[in-house]
Each structure stands twice: as C-alpha cells, then as structure tokens.
Design a protein around this ligand. Sequence first.
Ligand code: J2J
Length: 540
Amino acid sequence: MRRTGAPRQIWPDEFARRYLDAGHWTDETLPGFFRARAEAHPDRIAVATAEGRHSYAEIDARSDAVAAGLRAAGLEPGDRIVLQLPNIAEFFTAMFGAMRAGLIPVYALPAHRRSEIVHFVQGSDARAFITCDRAVGYDHRVLAREVRAEVGDLPVFVVGEAEEFGSFAALEAGEPERFDDPDPASVAFLQLSGGSTGLSKLIPRTHRDYVYTLRESARICELSADSVYLGTLPIAHNFPMSSPGTLGTFYAGGTVSLALSPSPDAAFAAIERDRVTITGVVPPIAILWSRAAPTTRFDLSSLEVLQVGGARFAPEAARQVEPALGVTLQQVYGMAEGLVNYTRLDDPEEVRVNTQGRPISADDELRIVDLRGEPVADGEAGELLTRGPYTIRRYHADADTNARAFTAEGFYRTGDLVSRTPEGNLVVRGRVSDVINRGGEKIPVEEVENHLIGHAQVVDAVLVPIPDPLLGERSCAVVIADDPAPAARELRAWIRERGVAGFKVPDQFVFVDAFPSTGVGKIDRRDLRAALKRTLHDPE
Ligand code: J2J
C-alpha cells in the first residue's frame, strides 16, 4: 500500500491548543506565504546569483510549473522526494514546487554520497530524487546511477545536463498549475539531524512550527524588505534555511543572494555584487573571513550582521569579528530538531562574544539536568533538555531512537552540555552525545566506525575528536588492525568507496594493539571513546 504521509499529530492536543491560542501557530504554510509575497510585490528580487536575478513572481510561477510537472510524472500528495541541490535558484523552485504538489521534500547536503542518499531514500520511502549535473567538481549523475542501482527504478530529475534522467529545466518550462495549499498542520519536509549518533535521523517539521520560527527569527534579526541575506553555507542546512536564513528573508520580503561556497573569494564577491546585509556562517569560516577582510579588494561595507553558529565559537575568535568586518556579531545556537537561540543585536558586547544567546520563544521550555536527569544548580553545566512550539516530539519512523532521544514528558535530549548565565543566556560547554562537530559539520561516529569495521583487515575502530585550532574538532580513528596494518591512505579510500560524505573521512589514523580497559567488564563503546579521547588529549 502506498503511504500517504497523513499527518499523525506531532504535539499532544493540549500543547497544540496552547501554541495556537498564543498566536504562535497560524494557518500560513511555506509555499502559501511565498505566494502571498509574490502577489504583494511580484517584481521585487527574491533570488540573486552570479548567473542572474529572479523576481518573486518568476520563482512563484516556476514553482507552479515544477508542481504540475511532478504530478504529471505520477507523484502523489504525501510522497517523499529527496532534494540534493547546491546554492542555486532551482533549490527554491524545486522545494516550493514539491510542496505545492503536496510532496514532502527530504533535504540532503551536496556533500552526501551513495550511502547517505540511499539511507534517506529508504528511510523516508521516497518516490523521487532531484539533484544537479555537477557541483564542486563532482558529477551527481554518477551518484544518481549508484543510488538507482541500490534502490531500484527511482525517478530522478537533474538540474542542468540531465543525460538519461528527467530534465528539471523541462519541468520548470511546463505549464504552471495551482494545487490546493497544504494543510498547515501537516509535515512540510524532513530535515536532517546533525545531533544524533548513528546515521542521520529524519526530522518531521510542520508548516506551522517552521513558519513560526521564520516569523520570529526575522523579527529578532530585524529583517525587512531591504534585507539581503547571503546563503553561503549549504542552504539545505537548517541554519541558513531558517535562522532566519533564506526562508526567513523571503518571509520578510527581502532578497536572497547565493554563493556556491563560503570561501572569502566567492562569498565576498557576492556580498559586493548584491549589497548583502546579513549572512550566517560556521566558526572556521568566520575566522577565515576575519583574517581576509582587512586586505580584501571587495567592498563589504553593506554587511551589517554576521551570524555565527553550528559549533562552539571561541570567545577569542568571536572578539575579532566585529572590528575586522565592521559588523554586529550574532551568535546562533540551534538544531534541526527545533530550538534556536540568538544573541540579540542590542545585547552588550560581552554577551555577543561570550554566549550563544537565548531562545526564540517565551514558550521554549529549557531544563539543564545532571546525569540522573535532576536539574543542576543555577549556573552549573548539564545536559540541555527542551520542548516547545517548534521542537519535534519524535523522529520520522524511528521508534528506538525516539525512546532514547525524548523524555516521557516530550523533552528533546539535545546531547549538549550547557550552562545558563544569570541573564538567561546559554553557553555551550561541550557535548554528552557521541557526535564530532567538525567546524559545524556533524560526524556521527558510529556510522564511520561501522564503515571502518567493515574493512577486512580492521578488527575494531573507534572515532574520537581531536582539538583543532580552526575547526574546533577534527576526527581521529583509533584502529586495531590485522598485521600488517592497512595504510591510512587505504582506509581513507575504503571509506570513500563506501559512498560517504567527504567530511566524515577521518582526518587522522592511529593504530593500536589494544584499546584501554574501561574498568567495566562489558565493553561500552561510549566509555571506550571517552577513555581514548583522554589518552589522545593528554598523552603521558
Ligand atoms: C555550539 N554548538 C552549536 C553553537 C549548533 C541554527 C544554528 C545552528 C544549527 C545547527 C541550526 C552551536 N555553539 N552556536 O539548526 O537552526 C551544535 C549543538 C547542536 C547541534 C545541532 C540552526 N550551534 N551547535 O547546527 O542540527 O551540538 O543544527 O545540538 O546541524 O550543533 O546541529 P544541526
């Protein structure tokens, strides 16, 4: 039987009522609000790239054509569709087009490869895949063929030279058609989790909860129709999509400028070209920009706000941003599962530099707890648990993870170790979960360990973080191998062959004869990781 994706309510009734009564949730949908903007100001520029400028009316009409084309191709309301596109205008026509056809996009990053895309297709039971011909020197049609070889005959649409696949340009060039707006309570898309241990979990976000974050984020970040937001991180990621990101900018009626990479050259050129006023980056990029800005030939004078988030931003680096770039620094601590915290633009410098801000909503409930789940004393560090009007209560079709990731009362266990200042700002101190945060790119350690253990000469492997001055953390694989041990080069090639995103390939390898004893009879991988981390950080 074909699953329709009929919305099983995510929040219990009493909470849904509370968020509706508070006015947080409205009947606006993602494609619906974009349509309203296109009708209010059809000629205003929605998307600007190095290739051209596209009005709200144009993106709106092209999305309607994509919707009609996807329906004509046999896709039905409720079907999932995996979307893997770089920072190009078609990202939005594909996304809004799919939603207007009643489909549910599943976002993938351009760096994802076979193993991840197959996991997303299978995990969401997707009926189609949209990708591009080439991006950053990689041919995504090769990937599409590999995916098809594993999952069967999946319809694929390609932006650019489509070869044997469906042409996305042909979809966009078709006759536009208008379908009913989706139900605002329904799931709008499946977002990817960066915070989990195993393979990425799929996060069901509804129109209501997401539009709420866009509206409030646009207000907190003081966006207006004059704002120009630069999408320079991969725009499928939750931070550049919604905090306030590209969609928050559309919500405010502003312009989204796109750069294909966050390198100073590509991003600074876009800032000058489109007179960008605000953008969001991860800490290593903020550090590179702070170093490059004083001598750049590009005019960055339009930039007012630089948001930094996705990983811990060291205060010493944070302090350099404002003088180097002539901007206001805004720290953003968020997660695709929901909760987003911002420092406010008028916070004192000490708050902007030293903290990761406070939540969007007065109805965001935060608990900071110790290992037993008891609240810690004021100012102490503990694991952050949260629930609220835009934080999910469960992952898509993953009962085991749900039992672990949420408390009985519906709080999401963030896995982050945080403390709170007397003024109510959060400071992220570390993590209790096993994820390596490589400059904002999240590496699920178990997934990489499993790939390594799959190698014939590897007996066991543990992936641990190593401090890194630019990335914050890089990854180190500690491997027990048969004699002779395979070369690190060979293991890297092995991981790549398994079809894994490049950022998950271990930065370093260490070969050992045995793992340290963790003092417990049964080998607990988390204890083992912690013990190895200690030995690597403090070698005697
Ligand atoms: C320390 N750690 C941070 C920060 C995220 C806005 C901003 C970021 C994300 C994101 C997002 C951090 N300091 N400022 O979705 O809307 C780590 C935490 C968190 C995990 C979530 C948004 N900002 N982190 O990064 O789902 O460990 O979302 O739990 O990719 O990143 O990762 P992700």
